[in-house]
Design a protein around this ligand. Structure first.
Ligand code: PLP
Length: 445
């Protein structure tokens, strides 16, 4: 396939090759990323991409879907088995449309919804001010406490006061397990739907190393490309509890997604999701999930030993949130993301609870183990990585984020030019390149 690309479009071919190299010789530590399998990528690049199949299996608006029906049904059945739910929709193009479909399925415009505040680790689609979810619905955000954990007392009080139609659990940056049972009690006490967005922890739930919301939530949404290790995509599931609350809930969600929000499903993506779910059903996936958590724990401990402060002082899942304020004051996430990038460690800047700066110049850093675990790295490797990270940060720790816009642009430009040429960072990147060459990446020779 790459041969054909090389001839047809050498420019894109070269860029794909460069990205392959970046993924192979660097440490991919963004907690929402992973390396999917060669089998998954094969289906993504297959003829399934040629087909239109608006509708659902056996109820299509296009002919020629006899095989696509089987592909989609297999994906649905595997999702149901994996998560212990009676209804699964595997057509969302990604996690955000999956979440939007939940709103469309159970809320009327103007209804009140609750989700974790974005700068506390919540996702945009859970009602953040710049997401349409807060323009179409009345968003009442809840927060985390000083220890980094969701303030369940606040969730209870806000729910009692605002009587939301929908309460979200789930986050994009949260290093702990979720209190699904308590969320359910709160949602039930006010008659709200409880939706658990498990995008980040889906693979850990499958592996049995994170609690499952299946008994507690009415609806579960997920991406398929994070710890679940599939292609980019989304799933919406309705639990037995959800069907008991409303026997039509599955239909409502399906109709909300198609024809409500999307057109034809991406059949190549559906096929690849089916393959990934099949892989997740195997015993080896349980070992993978356990190792993700073991590695994240080892990384968290090693980061602390190297002088980093962690929000909540540790990790119970696949990620840690580093609070960089003791080193840099506000806005340090920007510097560290860039410097670690030069050193060959890909991470992403992140807000911390009670963020003193802003989402674009945040004071924290998200770092996780799912992708490195796929490559076969273990606890001892995490210790080595924490040391590299500390050395890299040592090279830039005198920088401080200017708070005025004018001065900031010049300062950051200067920072980037100097940091890109920093000899220690370049030396670390060479060491990391050498280290990474010992760990295979699926699909890259
Ligand atoms: C908790 C959560 N939900 C939903 C999404 C949205 O997924 P996507 O980026 O695929 O739309 C994300 C992505 O980061 C997420 O972290």
């Amino acid at each position: 396939m790459m041969k054909a690309l090389k001839t047809t479009d050498p420019q894109i071919y070269q860029l794909v090759k460069k990205e392959e190299k970046r993924q192979k010789y660097g440490l991919e530590m963004i907690p929402s990323e992973n390396y999917t399998s060669e089998a998954v990528m094969t289906v993504m690049g297959s003829v399934l991409t040629n087909k239109y199949s608006e509708g659902y299996p056996r109820k299509r608006y296009y002919g020629g879907n006899e095989f696509i029906d089987q592909v989609e049904s297999l994906a649905q059945e595997r999702a149901k088995k994996l998560f212990g739910v009676p209804h699964a929709n595997v057509q969302p193009y990604s996690g955000s449309p999956a979440n939007f479909a939940v709103y469309v399925g159970v809320c009327e415009p103007g209804d009140t919804i609750m989700g974790l505040n974005l700068t506390d680790g919540g996702h945009l689609t859970h009602g953040w001010k710049s997401s349409i979810t807060s323009q179409f619905y009345k968003s009442v955000p809840y927060h985390v406490k000083a220890d980094g954990r969701v303030d369940m007392d606040e969730v209870r009080q806000l729910a009692k006061k605002h009587k939301p139609k929908l309460i979200w659990a789930g986050a994009t940056c949260y290093p702990f397990k979720y209190e699904y049972k308590e969320y359910a009690e709160i949602a039930d006490s006010v008659g709200a739907y409880f939706a658990a967005d498990i995008a980040h922890v889906a693979g850990l739930i499958v592996a049995g190393v994170h609690p499952s919301p299946a008994k507690y939530a009415h609806i579960i949404t997920s991406t398929t490309h994070k710890t679940l290790r599939g292609p980019r995509g989304g799933i919406i599931m309705v639990t037995q509890k959800g069907l008991d609350k409303d026997p039509e809930l599955g239909n409502k969600i399906d109709i909300a997604l198609f024809p409500g929000m999307q057109g034809g499903p991406h059949d190549h993506q559906t096929g690849a999701i089916a393959v990934a779910l099949g892989e997740a059903l195997r015993p080896s996936f349980k070992r993978y999930g356990q190792q993700v958590v073991n590695n994240s724990y080892a990384l968290a401990e090693a980061l602390k030993e190297n002088g980093f402060k962690l929000v909540g002082n540790g990790s119970e899942n696949h990620l840690s949130l580093i609070d960089l304020t003791p080193i840099f004051g506000p806005g340090g996430g920007y510097f560290v993301e860039y410097a670690l990038g030069v050193a060959g460690i890909t991470v992403n800047k992140q807000t911390i609870p009670q963020e003193p700066s802003s989402p674009y110049f945040p004071s924290g850093l998200r770092i996780g183990s799912p992708a490195l675990t796929t490559r076969g790295m273990k606890e001892a490797h995490m210790k080595r990585i924490a040391k590299w990270a500390r050395s890299a940060v040592g090279e830039i720790e005198d920088y401080r984020m200017p708070m005025d816009k004018e001065g900031r642009n010049e300062y950051l430009k200067e920072f980037k030019i100097k940091t890109a040429k920093n000899k220690t960072l370049i030396k670390i990147s060479k060491e990391i390149e050498n280290f990474c060459s010992k760990f295979p990446v699926p699909g890259i020779k």
